[in-house]
Ligand binder design. Structure first.
Ligand code: SF4
Length: 308
């Protein structure tokens, strides 16, 4: 028998132990009560897929801010163009984010049939702003300047302000009447804070606020806050350019110091979860279920999951 001279008696046992994987830690995984794709995005995707079976179709801009959804649509032969002038199919589709009348007219002037996948809750925001203008209010939109939805909400207006911070409010000039609405995916409390700032800065003005934040965004924001309070680490799943996903991550950071915004399971790093007992998962309104499941499955492969 081959023996190792002078080897300590437990040598073999120790080297075998060294080859074993370290025991997996037990972790609790929580999913937010409301997370992932909203009805507006689901309907827009179904409409694009259905219509593309009838005729060649191009979508004007990103239907949703999610790369996996967009590559799936491209794989189905659906074109994506930023400008109507570049479209080579007879029909174009306006995204769930909506568009201004001017933008749709530009598309028609290129001989294109314009189909709308605009979410009804974005339509509502358009109607609110039109009504405020009709009643003589100067429109103020709480939202991200340059975001496609905000461009759609403002492009037809003769005058307007877009604000996202207190500093933006300080740049506004006094008007007798301000009518405030918001991008549908803004956090409600941020919108209310900015409305309050407008009231304080312009005490002589009449300030009317109409809440246009959509219900799915509100539900996801409230659930995310609840999730962050119970979690050591929160994973927020969604496209890098998705406004509502970024806002969800910002909301979670209020109550949890370890928040990671990922586009999918490939972005996850095991060191993020060191020492964590509870890991929360939430996702933006454009994130498909399969991508959220992929993140949860990755966690399940790394840890022993318990539910208590
Ligand atoms: S986030 Fe809200 S407004 Fe936007 S598509 Fe979804 S439901 Fe509609």
């Amino acid at each position: 028998m081959n023996t190792i001279p002078f080897a300590p008696s437990n040598f073999v046992m120790q080297s075998e132990l060294a080859m074993l994987e370290p025991p997996r830690r037990a972790v609790r995984i929580l999913r937010a009560n409301h997370l992932g794709m909203c009805f507006g995005v689901r309907d827009a995707i179904s409409l694009a897929v259905e219509e593309s079976r009838r005729q060649p179709l191009t979508i004007l801009g990103e239907l949703v801010h999610n790369e996996s959804v967009m590559s799936d649509l491209r794989a189905r032969g659906i074109g994506i163009e930023e400008q109507a002038a570049a479209v080579r199919t007879p029909a174009v589709m306006i995204t769930a984010h909506g568009a201004s009348e001017q933008a749709m007219e530009r598309a028609r002037s290129h001989g294109l049939q314009v189909l709308q996948a605009t979410c009804p809750l974005v339509h509502y925001a358009h109607r609110v702003i039109e009504q405020l203008v009709r009643e003589g209010f100067h429109p103020v939109i709480v939202g991200q300047r340059g975001h496609v939805e905000v461009r759609g909400l403002t492009e037809d207006l003769a005058a307007f302000d877009v604000v996202l911070t207190e500093e933006d409010v300080r740049q506004m000039t006094e008007r007798p009447r301000f009518g405030v609405a918001s991008q549908t995916t803004q956090p409600v409390d941020k919108v209310r804070r900015l409305v309050e700032s407008i009231r304080q800065l312009f005490p002589r003005s009449e300030v009317r606020h109409v809440d246009t934040v959509c219900q799915p965004t509100k539900q996801r924001q409230t659930s995310a806050l609840d999730l962050a309070r119970q979690s050591d680490v929160v994973v927020v799943v969604g496209g890098a350019h998705s406004n509502n996903t970024r806002e969800l991550a910002a909301t979670c950071r209020r109550d949890c110091a370890r928040v990671h915004h990922v586009q999918g399971a490939d972005d996850l790093r095991s060191e993020w979860f060191a020492g964590a007992a509870t890991v929360g998962i939430t996702a933006g309104t454009s994130t498909p279920d399969a991508i959220i499941d992929g993140v949860e499955n990755w966690l399940r492969s790394q840890f022993i999951i318990h539910n208590s």
